[in-house]
Design a protein around this ligand. Structure first.
Ligand SMILES: Cc1cc2nc3c(=O)[nH]c(=O)nc-3n(C[C@H](O)[C@H](O)[C@H](O)COP(=O)(O)OP(=O)(O)OC[C@H]3O[C@@H](n4cnc5c(N)ncnc54)[C@H](O)[C@@H]3O)c2cc1C
Length: 323
């Protein structure tokens, strides 16, 4: 059952920040994640602050050769937007792989990058380390869907967002407004691993709201893609995924980013893959080395060793498709 809470729907970001700055207040965007967390007592709230009336947070606009995506833009809109599809196909693919059509219509891009983890111990009645408890129950429990990369140990969630890896690969920035003003940071620095704070997934502080995501103008020769492997076609989180954004020049990789999903507590930038392909043509030998590099440092748990072979194969397929 949902707890009792006050519900407010301010008309401006400044009012939303004021409402969020006291008590146990939570941002409500599409509510597809927030309401189940409240209903399942994952956390509580005495106030829910809806962003639904703030029109400035909605829509996709051109900006200096790039685009600005308002945080309240539905994921479905990101998937079908013609500019996103032509300039940033990796993001359009990632958005179209999120959940189901209903959830993509209701869920927003801001909510997608801020969603809480879906680890069954965290979502279940366990007082785990992410809730401030003494331990991670996945570490020695049923960890078939958990992380194979985590330098810090402590907590083995996988970051659930499909759009975040694609956005990081495309060098997105995120704008945040809070009680102390506004700031814009690289999306890559938005996520925090368990070693920094196992109870948080992002740098957001009390009262802060994600207002928009900024994508730079795509460099000449930039190609991007998102490949996701999941258990069911209907809807499912990534068992593993890979976002590529590679700038090709003269048939070689001139620069770029490779970011994995479904394998670590944060979207996992694989510098080992990037180093294996930089300055090289994507031929069979380079791709084989890059696929091997993708699993360097992986430390699977008892029930998720299958992810190692899956990541290797998925990176190989994604690079072959790009080649
Ligand atoms: C059955 C199911 C399957 C799913 N499968 C996938 C999947 O395959 N891939 C995937 O990527 N996602 C998946 N999701 C997650 C889904 O995409 C998210 O629920 C959705 O994108 C969240 O958006 P929302 O607007 O509904 O967020 P909300 O539910 O409103 O909010 C989510 C969280 O983020 C916070 N928040 C929201 N907006 C902001 C903001 N602007 N600033 C600061 N904090 C904010 C809220 O306080 C809350 O804690 C799935 C969800 C469900 C229920």
């Amino acid at each position: 059952m949902l707890p009792n809470f006050d519900y407010v729907a301010p008309a401006s970001v400044q009012d939303a920040v004021k409402q969020l700055s006291s008590g146990v207040a939570r941002v409500h965007s599409g509510g597809t994640d927030l309401l189940s967390c409240l209903r399942d007592e994952v956390f509580t709230a005495d106030k829910v602050v809806s962003l639904s009336r703030i029109s400035a947070l909605k829509g996709i606009k051109a900006a200096g050769g790039g685009v600005r995506i308002g945080a309240m833009t539905p994921v479905a809109e990101v998937a079908k937007d013609s500019t996103i599809r032509s300039k940033y196909p990796g993001l359009a693919q990632a958005a179209s792989e999120v959940a189901s059509p209903q959830l993509r219509n209701q869920g927003t891009i801001g909510g997608n990058i801020c969603q809480r983890p879906w680890c069954w111990y965290f979502r279940g009645g366990f007082y785990c380390v992410r809730k401030g408890g003494p331990q991670c129950y996945a570490e020695n429990g049923d960890n078939r869907y958990h992380a194979i990369f985590t330098k810090e140990g402590l907590c083995y969630i996988v970051h659930p967002s499909d759009t975040a890896p694609a956005l990081i690969a495309l060098q997105a920035q995120v704008s945040i407004t809070g009680p102390r003003g506004a700031r814009t940071i690289p999306l890559q620095d938005f996520f925090v691993g368990p070693g920094t704070d196992p109870t948080k997934e992002t740098v957001l502080k009390q009262g802060e709201v994600v207002t928009e995501i900024l994508l730079p103008a795509p460099a000449a020769g930039l190609r991007s893609s998102y490949r996701k492997v999941r258990e069911r076609r209907a809807w499912d989180f990534a068992l593993a995924g890979v976002a590529l954004a590679l700038q090709m020049q003269g048939g070689k990789v001139a620069s770029g980013r490779v970011v994995l999903s479904g394998v670590a507590p944060i979207p996992w930038r694989s510098k080992d893959v990037e180093n294996a392909i930089m300055g090289k043509a994507l031929d069979a030998g380079t791709i084989a080395k890059a696929a091997e590099a993708a699993v360097k440092g992986a430390e699977p748990l008892k029930h998720n060793a299958y992810k190692v072979a899956m990541v290797r194969g998925m990176v190989e397929e994604a690079l072959q498709a790009m080649a």
